[in-house]
Design a protein around this ligand. Structure first.
Ligand code: TYD
Length: 257
């Protein structure tokens, strides 16, 4: 699997290849050519800055791949040639070009649309487990709760960008803002450099609110624990949809990381 780090090239990879594990009806506007073909599972990992998503991703991917799933790891912003260009544009602190939340929201949404079309939907259509580091909920938390963009309009933008594709499972890595920002002290994006603690508190509170509103999709995982404990809780969250994909059930065996 390839790196998820900002400075280390593409952040998308396939961990193992055993297509055809998932069996559930195709949905959304992206109806595959064969109507009853295998459809994968879409798992997103969300959380405030420094919550450890990029550390969990490869471990969770490895656990699922070891159980025989085809796993595609990907991230936002990024993961397509256009998305990686956009990533530099939206995250780099240099030059320090200012932008409002609405402009940010549209930039993230443009990248997301390309990501859904080029990466996520094709992988789901062939039956893969897609593990995605941030998705539409990040825009709702950061641009909506953080920057104050109108939430109903922002939700409409997400629907347009994603074609209505909603994750099957969202793992929310939660931790106190100061702990998260402390972890990222040497890896600064615009969101750490130019936003204050109150902004990040709003982001965290928004994520927790989304989780409370959609408990069937969201699993809140305490991200302050040891990596093995975080992995175990994340795997347990994935178990919720194991009935749709046998390999996910197999991944429930005790994990060694
Ligand atoms: P990144 O270095 O990937 O941070 P992290 O490891 O915390 O995910 O930077 C992504 C930043 O972009 C992060 O601060 C959250 C922000 N972001 C948004 O504001 N809106 C979005 O829609 C997305 C996907 C990310």
């Amino acid at each position: 699997m390839e790196s998820q780090d900002r400075d280390r090239g593409p952040a998308m990879g396939r961990v193992a290849s055993q297509p055809g594990q998932g069996r559930r009806p195709a949905r959304s506007r992206y109806t595959p050519a064969v109507a009853d073909t295998a459809r994968g599972i879409f798992i997103t990992i969300e959380g405030p800055d420094g919550s450890g998503k990029s550390s969990l991703m490869p471990r969770l991917a490895a656990a699922l791949a070891a159980a025989g799933c085809e796993v595609v790891t990907t991230r936002e912003p990024g993961s397509t040639p256009f998305g990686e260009l956009m990533r530099r544009l939206v995250l780099d602190t240099d030059p320090p070009v200012d932008r409002g939340g609405r402009a940010d929201a549209l930039l993230f949404a443009a990248s997301r649309a390309q990501h859904v079309d080029e990466v996520i939907e094709p992988a789901l259509a062939r039956g893969a487990v897609v593990l995605c580091d941030r998705y539409a909920d990040s825009s709702l938390a950061y641009q909506g709760a953080g920057s104050g963009v109108d939430m109903p309009q922002l939700r409409e933008v997400q629907r347009f960008a994603t074609g209505g594709l909603v994750p099957d499972v969202t793992i929310l890595l939660d931790l106190p803002v100061d702990v998260g920002l402390g972890r990222k002290a040497d890896e600064i994006t615009r969101f750490e450099a130019f936003q204050d603690t109150a902004y990040h508190e709003r982001v965290r509170a928004a994520f927790l609110g989304f989780a409370a509103a959609e408990p069937a999709r969201y699993a809140v995982v305490d991200a302050t624990g040891r990596p093995d404990a975080v992995l175990e809780r994340a795997v347990a969250a994935v178990r919720r949809v194991a009935d749709r994909m046998p390999c996910l059930a197999a991944a429930m065996e005790p994990t060694s990381g």
